[in-house]
Design a binder for this molecule. Structure first.
Ligand SMILES: [Zn+2]
Length: 99
């Protein structure tokens, strides 16, 4: 589960991670509720995930990849294909307008 982007767009040198709000500790998200039992164990596990996410993202960025993170809650009720299309459209736009 770790370190593998959910979507890879080699053409745009972009990877997209879709993070589960609970497992990746989406701060301030209503889906991120730490269980009241074995709280420490859960926090430990979630913090390990967050750390891995950061490290893996950094490693990819160092290799010139653009790393996008999408939270599961952002995708709720959203058409995933349409969502992906709009991301690609945004990337295309960026490509045409050099910063
Ligand atoms: Zn969330």
């Amino acid at each position: 589960m770790h370190g593998k982007p959910d979507i890879v767009l080699p053409k745009y040198k972009t990877v997209i991670f879709i993070h589960g709000c609970f497992w990746h500790g989406h701060e301030g998200c209503r889906y991120y509720v730490v269980p009241k039992t074995r709280t420490e164990w859960w926090l430990n596990k979630i913090n390990t995930n967050i750390n891995n996410d950061l490290q893996y993202g950094k490693a990819l960025e160092l290799r010139g990849w653009k790393v996008l993170v999408v939270w599961e809650c952002d995708l709720k009720g959203v058409d995933k294909a349409g969502f992906l299309t709009s991301i690609i459209a945004a990337l295309k736009n960026n490509e045409e307008k050099p910063i």
